[in-house]
Write a protein that binds this ligand. Structure first.
Ligand SMILES: Cc1ncc(C[n+]2csc(CCOP(=O)(O)OP(=O)(O)O)c2C)c(N)n1
Ligand SMILES: [Mg+2]
Length: 575
């Protein structure tokens, strides 16, 4: 399969290899055994050869979805997820996911073919001409280009290490078309490969920082621990559970940290979120950032009382990003939590009973208030009726993976559906981005072999909907439930100024289930919680690709779900 562009010299009997094979060998040597991508010039043959060499190469319908798949594969496995794209437009389609991976601290490598350097750099108008390295750089953690076959080994090693070490993120690896066909001596080629040793070395926290953090925590009258998706990523589940339990403090999981300790754990304060954020006097953040999702650690959400923040994070720059951190603990989450657990000793006293009881009461009251709403069997469904059913299904199938996006569909599902195991809830993440759905669902099924339930707003689903063909093609155990309320937030808006539909509404009564049938999957139209329950259970039992069109009352949702307050207001809007 040697490229003929560089023919071996006549009579030379040496064994040769080339760029194609060296990239494949380098990936395999480092245990990168799955690629998510879209074929085309100059990487079509590379994909074929990688598949023939035993790498799983999953072809998508759009690079953005392949990129999201790679990003979440990174989160789930702690190995960089690999996305493979063609030059210029394919690269740009994948770039969104690379930036997303970086923002969310997921390790990912976007490998993109690119056009001829000589022509690109002189801007002479090559096929898919673009200076991809320059464009990728500001959007990822590191970006490299390999020009010579003998540098493929070191190039991939750098990419892997950059993606997973320290705070993980996205890495761009630029492979110009000419590189694939470059020939070199096979022996020298093998020797040029690098197996990355200890790609994400433990980062041990300073003992003094551990002591300081525990002293502050011990002094608390109303302590709170917040677990972020960094804590979920760390795969230090036992240490985290032991630490939280030993501390006795209420804990609040951020969205993708749900299930690290079960949501039904007696210390879980998820259902008393606003109370604990307001009233806590000491807050320990573990792998969680004080970004917009936590109102930057200040303002109304956090109440009047002065708070002390302890922060455990691998990134030193995270400290004091929004408010003063009185006890920074810098290191990888597993090492930090392990060190704190050791230093707690055997006589750690529980927080004051008054605080624990106040949190418990608030939580129990809120849960009781919600309960009847989750049991309604209205048709068309409202969000609560539909989610009540899905909550029970996830309770009965705790190892299933829940993918979730939308506005109301996201915010309400996050609150209603309890998670019972770590890393089972995958959602829009730091940016609140729409479009992760089918890419995440595919990678979750591929990487874990577990059944996947994707709960999707009808708008959210549209961003990646064509990948239902991919789900059917690879026969993945994915059940997609579309909360079809005829639009974005609601299906009831009208345009008062003309014939065009309002900007937030879609075709009324759409039947997304028919899309799945078009590709040989199972489609179901569900109009009541009972029907929804039957259909989801059947899908989860069979493992067959299924799409359920769940008919939701178009008037049930609210603007922007739970974050409507972020919309700018026009004072001139309604005169
Ligand atoms: C990439 C991207 N584009 C646009 C948005 C803005 N946006 C936020 S939620 C949403 C869709 C909400 O509608 P749907 O998914 O149907 O959920 P619903 O509230 O109707 O349940 C959109 C378009 C976004 N978050 N990300
Ligand atoms: Mg909708």
């Amino acid at each position: 399969m040697l490229n003929t562009a560089a023919k071996p010299e006549a009579g030379a009997e040496q064994e040769l290899t080339d760029g194609f094979h060296l990239i494949i060998d380098a990936l395999k040597l480092n245990g990168l055994d799955t690629i998510y991508g879209v074929p085309g010039i100059p990487i079509t043959d590379f994909g074929r050869m990688a598949q023939a060499a035993g790498i799983r190469v999953l072809s998508f319908r759009h690079e953005q979805n392949a990129g999201y798949a790679a990003s979440i594969a990174g989160f789930l496995t702690k190995k960089p997820g690999v996305c493979l794209t063609v030059s210029a437009p394919g690269f740009l389609n994948g770039l969104n996911a690379l930036a997303h991976a970086t923002t969310n601290c997921f390790p990912m490598i976007l490998i993109s073919g690119s056009s001829e350097r000589e022509i690109v750099d002189l801007q002479q108008g090559d096929y898919e001409e673009m200076d991809q390295l320059a464009i990728a750089k500001p959007l990822c953690k590191a970006a490299y280009r390999v020009l010579h076959a003998q540098d493929i080994g070191i190039g991939l090693a750098r990419a892997i290490r950059a993606a997973v070490s320290g705070r993980p993120g996205g890495v761009y690896l630029d492979l110009p078309a000419k590189l694939f066909g470059q020939v070199m001596n096979a022996d020298a080629g093998q020797k040029s490969l690098v197996k990355v040793i200890d790609a994400a070395p433990a980062q041990i926290p300073a003992p003094a920082s551990v002591k300081r953090a525990l002293d502050v925590l011990k002094s608390a009258k109303r302590p709170l621990i917040i677990l972020g998706k960094g804590a979920a990523y760390a795969q230090a589940d036992d240490a985290i559970k032991n630490f939280v339990e030993k501390s006795g403090a209420p804990f609040l999981p951020m969205s993708m940290a749900k299930g690290l300790l079960p949501d039904l754990h007696p210390q879980c304060a998820g259902a008393a979120r606003s109370t604990v954020l307001k009233d806590a006097d000491v807050v320990m953040l573990i792998g969680a950032r004080l970004n917009w999702l936590l109102s930057h650690g200040k303002g109304k959400t956090w109440g009047e009382a002065r708070k002390k923040f302890i922060q455990v994070d691998i990134e030193p720059k995270e400290m004091d990003s929004n408010v003063e951190i009185v006890a920074p603990v810098v290191g990888d989450i597993g090492s930090c939590v392990g060190a704190m657990l050791d230093a707690m000793g055997s006589s750690w006293s529980a927080p004051p009973a008054e605080w624990l009881e106040a949190v418990k009461k608030k939580r129990d009251d809120n849960v009781a208030k919600m309960a009847p709403r989750l049991m309604n069997n209205n048709s068309p469904m409202d969000y609560h009726g539909a989610l009540g059913v899905l909550r029970t299904i996830i309770k009965e199938r705790p190892d299933a993976i829940l993918v979730n996006e939308g506005a109301n569909t996201l915010d309400l599902a996050r609150g209603v559906i309890d998670m019972h195991q770590p890393r089972k809830r995958l959602d829009v993440g730091t940016w609140g981005v729409m479009g992760i759905g089918m890419g995440y669902a595919i990678a979750a099924a591929v990487e874990t072999g577990k059944p996947v339930l994707a709960v999707e707003g009808d708008s959210a689903f549209g961003f990646s909907g064509m990948e239902v063909e991919t789900i059917c093609r690879y026969k993945l155990p994915v059940c997609v439930v579309i909360f079809n309320n005829d639009g974005i937030y609601r299906g009831t808006d009208v345009n008062s100024a003309g014939a065009d539909p309002a900007t937030t509404v879609f075709v009324k009564g759409s039947r997304y289930d028919k899309m799945m049938e078009a590709f040989g999957g199972i489609g179901v139209n569900a109009t009541s919680p009972d029907e929804l329950k039957r259909a989801v259970n059947a899908a989860m039992d069979s493992g067959k690709p299924t799409l359920i069109n769940a008919v939701i009352d178009p008037a049930a949702g609210s603007e922007s779900g739970r974050i409507g307050n972020l919309n700018p207001q026009s004072v001139l809007k309604k005169k």
